[in-house]
Write a protein of this length. Structure first.
Length: 36
């Protein structure tokens, strides 16, 4: 069961990273504006 739980966490982390990368590649650079 621990392996299944770890795989789910990895999948969630990859999804989150993919979303962040997609936002960073936007011409508007919204993520940078939020940091200021």
């Amino acid at each position: 069961m621990a392996a299944a739980r770890t795989n789910a966490q990895i999948a969630e982390a990859l999804a989150a990273l993919t979303t962040l990368v997609a936002r960073d590649n936007n011409p508007g650079r919204e993520s940078e504006k939020r940091l200021e």
